[in-house]
Design a protein around this ligand. Sequence first.
Ligand code: ZN
Ligand code: ZN
Length: 89
Amino acid sequence: MAEFEGKCPHCDKLHYSERRDEVVVCDCWTYCPLCGAMMTPYTPDLATGSYGADGKRGVTILMVCLLHSPPFYSSLKPVEVVFTHETLA
Ligand SMILES: [Zn+2]
Ligand SMILES: [Zn+2]
């Protein structure tokens, strides 16, 4: 059976699917790029008004790794893998 192979554009990890149109989200964005630990979903203390003050409007913190001091705030987003290569199994 034919399989489709897709590579995550962020971490180069290979994913496989039997359907080309399947949407697969690589989980690399949930891991800390510094230490490799799984990060914690980040909940801002201030709901609004906290962005833009430093000119970084549009940068949204999604995950945080609490193993560092100060904590590492990640703005990585879920990456969709596009299946481009057909592999013949
Ligand atoms: Zn990835
Ligand atoms: Zn970390």
